[in-house]
Design a protein around this ligand. Sequence first.
Ligand code: AMP
Ligand code: GLY
Length: 428
Amino acid sequence: MKILIIGSGGREHALAWKIAQSPLVARVYGAPGNPGIASLDKGACVSLAVDDFAGIKAFVEEKDIDLTVVGPEDPLTKGLVDYLEEGGDRAFGPSAGAAQLEASKAFAKAFMERHHIPTAAWAEFNDPSEAAAYVREKGAPIVIKADGLAAGKGVTVAMDVETALRAIDEAMVQQAFGSAGSRVVVEEFMAGEEASILAFCDGKTVVPMASSQDHKAAFDGDKGPNTGGMGAYSPAPVVTAEMERRILEEVLQPVVRGMAEEGNPYKGILYAGLMITEEGPRVVEFNVRFGDPETQVVLPRMKTDLVPVLLACCEGRLDGERIEYHDTPCVTVVMASGGYPGSYAKGKAISGIAAAEEETGVSVFQAGTRAEGGALLTNGGRVLNVTATGDALPETIAKAYRAVGKISFDGAHYRTDIGGKALRRIGL
Ligand code: AMP
Ligand code: GLY
């Protein structure tokens, strides 16, 4: 088979790496992909933008691609899967209608209310003075979210009213997130520990993958601004077997049932960002795709061939699939450009990836990189995902950081406490 992956980040490199391990697969293409995907034995890249639907379709037909897997939310919400399927091509991911679960927080919130899915109380506003009045009435802590897609950066968890009012002003008056912030959602603050559950869906059946936990804040100790994710580990000890059962019954199954009832059957990956509270799981957000960097720690633990599972999702026969994971943990540390998530320089030379990968169980997934004349250069905020599998969590964390220590580029920034919360939870 020939498989095309849409996207260019660490998530897409990890997907290509896992898909390339399948004996069913002869070739994996990335559009536009990245140098990490190009360097896989079966890998190649094609210079196509993720929103160049006509170009993607022409490539699918020219190369006789058997399956297109869409990584990022943007082409999903714009209907890439609908577009390919209408032309008779097989694509993994939700339709534009189903992708509203991520594209509009207001849609997601109203959907959860209709289907009694536990989440924070909320209100939406198109007018900044009404939003501010509501915040003054409710008090802090309180959470302010730009309604549209803002690359994970449109959220402010405000511990005081001043910060909340500033966030409303930034989003609605100064339009820091463009049109994504013209409407804001104001949410009740939920106390607890976060976890991510990615689940395979085929329109009617939902099968959760192994749990994971992202680290969204830029700096150690969960300090600093929110980012796309600075590191992750799997499994997340906060998701016990009992919690996993509750997540399936109280969140995942109601979503898939509800979306089908409302005429938007959900196919692809449903990503539930959860707060594990004292009362149980509550939804922070839904994403309609594989998480980044969660994918980089879940796929290395997956024993089963991913390709038949993706096909089963596309063909509505997921309930026959058995999906197994290794018991051992996986940890990824994001090496970012200095300044990220704010402005940062590009074009810094990267060295040491090969040396880092010499240790068994280490894989470096590339995100913001570009190749130029045999050199590898930084080309984005999140540059590399340095990933390790090992026997126990403490040594796996140490292994990941040993690998990080072998890699360098000017201004590299990374958190030094990835996995720390899991160690504390298991009493180490
Ligand atoms: P989101 O983009 O909605 O996932 O929000 C980004 C981050 O803000 C989440 O990962 C949480 O850490 C935090 N957050 C969002 N909503 C809430 C909430 N209602 N209560 C507490 N923390 C939240
Ligand atoms: N890791 C957060 C996300 O993929 O949105």
